[in-house]
Design a binder for this molecule. Sequence first.
Ligand SMILES: Nc1ncnc2c1ncn2[C@@H]1O[C@H](COP(=O)(O)OP(=O)(O)OP(=O)(O)O)[C@@H](O)[C@H]1O
Length: 682
Amino acid sequence: MNATLQEEKEYLEEIKEKLTLAIRRIDGSVKQYSDELREKKEYIHEHQSGMDEADMVAADQSINRMAFTGEAAVGRKRKLLKLGQSPYFGRLDFVPQGQPVLPVYIGMYSFIEERTRQSLIYDWRAPISSMFYDFEPGPAAFTTPSGEMRGTIERKRQYKIRDGRLEFMLENDVNIHDDVLQRELAKSSDDKLKTIVATIQRDQNAVIRNDTASVMVIQGVAGSGKTSIALHRIAFLLYRYRESIAAKDVLIISPNKVFADYISNVLPELGEEHIPELGMEELAADLLDHQQPFQTFFEQVAALLENPSPAFVERIRFKSSFEFLGQLNQYLLHVENHYFTVRELRVGSTVVPLPFLLAKFRTLHRVPLLKRFALVAEEVRAYVRDATRRKLTNQEKATIGEAIPRMFRFHHVPDLYRDFYRWLGKPELLKWDHQGQRLEYADVFPLIYLRLRLEGLTAYDHVKHLLVDEMQDYTPVQYAVLARLFACRKTILGDVSQTVNPYSASSAETIERVFPQAEVVKLYRSYRSTVEITAFAQRITPNPNILPLERHGPAPVLARFGSQAEELQAIQGLVSTFRSSGNHSLGIICKTQRQATAAYQALEGPGVQLLTEESTTFQEGVIITTAHLAKGLEFDEVIVPFASARTYHTEVDKSMLYVACTRAMHQLTLTYSTELTSFLTA
Ligand SMILES: Nc1ncnc2c1ncn2[C@@H]1O[C@H](COP(=O)(O)OP(=O)(O)OP(=O)(O)O)[C@@H](O)[C@H]1O
């Protein structure tokens, strides 16, 4: 063993010892808090009768304070225990200008020696740690809240410490990141997305640490780490703004419960609390007061996959366009200018002048239209009171309250939404005759948008950061709703090539039109799949800019069979091979739920799981599902059954095939009978 390695091993033991001591101290104080808490509670119980309300409030506050301090100590202990397993992953020897060398060990969390107040481990999010991701040995700098600190990195090391043991160490070499990254990516997949703190790449680091963008749009190719980056960015912002943002102030809009479960470990691993999460449909139901039944996005996509009528496609296409949002806005202007018809209002002998009514209505233009009537009525009551120099009777007040809304043509948002299509001269584009009827998914957010503009909603004012994943699946109107509902900072990410509905796909450019202030970052390096798998997926949807990471594996296999029954039999064999392969996850990804169910019936067995729209968790093993549900997930191996010309022939099918193939990390097999899909014959 060389001297350096020996030194590092000794240092590791030293740190572990210090961590053990710190844990012991926390145990001591946790015990003390809980003893004090118990005593306090007992005291209150015994003296309750002699305490007044102020005493009780003070006692309650002191109990809460103690419990809070106790909980914080328990949280701190949890972090120290984790550090004990893997205290740090990197080291920089940094020489700030004119100062002595400072060894900086970087880990998941910080560790400060209590006695000396010396930082033994720096949190990966600390300003100084940014140099680990941004610089190789040589001149370097980092930004602190009080300005830039320049200096030189003399040494850079990377470690892999597992279960408290140093597994390997790499020195100074410029490629150390690549080397460790390769080892990380070659691993088998997990049932949950992992943290990537030890191998964050420079361009990814820039996105994670960007604290100036009010709207950050990340458009990246499949497997470029968008979701990982977005979650690390949240962890970074929670650290950077810990005085003003807590985990409960962040909201993740996720495409479905399985995906939410898949990403649920990252932030707790990074030491942050659970972040609230909401699906787009849950948000929609909430914004419609849970009163309006509607088609889900899954159902819309499923309908598109099952030979839809051209009129249905046209409705979706139209309502997903940017022009549609413009027309909704124009309609709102029209409503504002033409639907309030002032009529003579007589209260007793007082006639309220028409110009007065109109002026009051207009000066309130910042108030949502349907909320203005009550305010105008107040103004009118004041006018009449001044004119008559007496108090108004209840009857008079009521007359005014009823007269003002009657001057407006409609009173309910759904009626206005129907009127919009008449105004547009295209009533055939709305298939919704009465409110009890299910609304098509394409109408859900336009209706909500009108509601927001006409009635206003403030339910989500508390959110301080919004994260939207799978941005390509949301339309300009949906973004307009999000923009009005969430005034906070936003991180929006996705990949237009992975849309499950090409008729309504949004690119970074579309989103920029709704958020002109957005900073757009494009990522082209793909980390998930081997070079062979990435090249294969390129045959379906080419992207000349994609940069696969140099990691090789077996070439994807296209296997032809005489019939579907033979196909399923062969897949059964592949499942058996997988079971003895040491890999953790196999995704069998079909185009439709119907196909997935059929495959499940044929392959059913222990450890085989069918994922459906209703599923809430993602587990290791053999998973049978659709491309739509698999979006965002990844598997060691992927099998795409029924890859025939009959299954995959439309634009939507092509998107599904691309999504399915890009889920594979190490191995990909496509099976088909009769004729192969033309998306792969070229
Ligand atoms: N810097 C990194 N170090 C290690 N692994 C990384 C890094 N960046 C990305 N990965 C890995 O690449 C895989 C893909 O990441 P992620 O799912 O975040 O990408 P994505 O762009 O959201 O993918 P998609 O859009 O295809 O669903 C994950 O296994 C992730 O851990």
